[in-house]
Design a protein around this ligand. Structure first.
Ligand SMILES: Cc1ncc(COP(=O)(O)O)c(C=O)c1O
Length: 453
């Protein structure tokens, strides 16, 4: 793909995304956050030399297949009229763009797409270039799994907000990680609770160095942390020298955008370098494309790339090529307009969904109205329910309604009065009201069984 012309907003007057001040002080070296495994593993001999290939160098390095044998002549993408109001359009992938998309590529991702995303991060998160970089992965899930292994030794403690996105539990369990639950409040991760845990950490126990959080439209809690809450968390992180894994796939599903940890860390850490951020294209372009990107300290992203080089060489270059040509075609403004339209789409769905929930569940359950994301985290404790798993497996199933019991989102598997329900795709006119009516009946049946009615 040819280098992408980048439109970085550079005027504080005209841009809604003015740059933050440059970080000060000597550059940070974040190798201290790496696991023993990550410190001692390097990219193999062939891939390690590939970055040295330049047009002036005669390279006998890579055993790349000869593209003359590939059957694809060009790929045309027919875009439907977009949610942001663009008409139906076509983009054709051919020439050098197609060559790059069909060939083996760098482990961190196609250079042109990485450059495009770096410029986007500079603009959206108001970061100046520095000791950070961007790597692509097969969804943010892929990058997070590799990051866990880059920063945790087997058995290490890690702070996880709870309820936590259950998708990270298998990777953490495989590493035998000691997951320390930090309960959320209505703004997600609680800085107070975090400080309590760390300030009273036993002197003879290995202290956590990493914290994991989904700060916007959290899956499952639906909560979003305000900028002040993030600054409070960052202060605790600074006191205890923590690295934040900011899992933010719902970042763009709210308007206006909420400043990220990656943006705000420059206000607390003079040299930044304490946030690895995970973005996803799944909620904006397509989940099946499996494309996400990590942004953060070079040392940690290098360890992720080394893992990629060994695990899958790189994320599908074809997928990157398709996303890259779309983003190049849209430009940053087009991407942001699309994101805003997606956010408005889900907000409209949330309003209708929540109205139905209120109609049937008021008096029985409560929840925090989500400003982003796709979930309501319904607390049934007002009805006296303490174990949603039992309710879902018995009364709810009998009434013909399903939701995810809260228990699935706690590493300790503790009982929970919550269920997670999603408004992303359900039929809002008939299924959602019917589902809530059935859930209300199930709750009433459970109350009878518990002797509460
Ligand atoms: C909080 C959270 N993180 C990460 C992911 C995975 O995203 P991706 O499709 O980019 O791997 C999801 C998917 O639903 C999610 O909810």
């Amino acid at each position: 793909m040819a280098p992408v012309p980048v439109q970085v907003a550079d005027s504080a007057v005209s841009s809604p995304f003015p740059q933050s001040p440059k970080t000060t002080g000597p550059p940070v070296d974040q190798t201290n956050f790496l696991s023993d495994r990550a410190r001692t593993t390097e990219i193999d001999g062939i891939r390690g030399l590939l970055p040295l290939e330049t047009p002036d160098v005669v390279s006998f390095l890579a055993g790349k297949p000869n593209p003359a044998t590939f059957p694809f002549g060009s790929i045309t993408l027919n875009l439907k009229p977009s949610i942001s109001g663009r008409p139906a359009e076509s983009i054709t992938l051919d020439g050098a763009d197609l060559d790059h998309a069909l060939q083996y590529g760098p482990s961190a991702g196609l250079t042109s797409l990485r450059n495009w995303l770096t410029a986007l991060q500079e603009r959206v998160h108001k970061r100046t270039p520095g000791n950070w970089t961007v790597s692509l992965g097969s969804g943010s899930q892929d990058l997070m799994t590799k990051c866990f292994s880059a920063v945790l030794n087997p058995g290490d403690p890690i702070l996880v907000e709870t309820p936590v996105y259950s998708g990270v539990l298998p990777a953490l369990r495989l590493l035998n990680a000691d997951m320390i639950e930090v309960d959320v409040d209505d703004q997600g991760l609680s800085a107070t609770r975090l400080a309590e845990i760390l300030d009273s950490w036993p002197a003879d126990k290995k202290k956590p160095r990493v914290i994991y959080s989904t700060p916007v439209g959290c899956n499952p809690s639906g909560c979003s942390a305000s900028p002040q809450r993030k600054l409070d968390v960052l202060q605790v992180m600074q006191k205890h020298n923590l690295l934040m894994m900011e899992d933010d796939p719902y970042y763009y599903l709210t308007t206006p955008l909420i400043p990220s940890y990656f943006e705000l860390e420059t206000q607390v850490f003079p040299n930044a370098g304490h946030v690895v951020r995970f973005d996803s294209f799944s909620k904006l372009l397509s989940g099946g494309m499996r494309l996400g990107y990590a942004t953060g300290p070079k040392e940690i992203l290098h360890a992720i790339d080394v893992n990629t080089a060994g695990a899958n060489l790189h994320t599908s270059a074809l997928t990157q090529g398709i996303a890259g040509s779309l983003l190049q075609h849209w430009g940053q403004d087009g991407f942001l307009a699309h994101s805003e339209a997606v956010s408005a789409f889900y907000k409209e769905r949330r309003d209708v969904f929540e109205a139905a929930a209120h109609k049937y569940l008021d008096g029985l359950a409560t929840w925090v109205s989500p400003v982003a994301g796709m979930f309501l985290w319904i607390d049934m404790s007002p009805a006296g329910i303490t174990d949603s798993y039992s309710l879902i497996r018995t009364e709810a199933l009998a009434k013909g309604v399903l939701a995810v019991p809260g228990q699935s989102f706690y590493p300790s598997n503790r009982k929970s009065p919550h269920v997670r329900v999603s408004f992303s795709i359900i039929d809002l006119e008939t299924k959602a009201p019917e589902g809530f009516a059935r859930l209300a009946e199930a709750i009433k049946d459970k109350r009878k069984e518990l002797g509460l009615e």
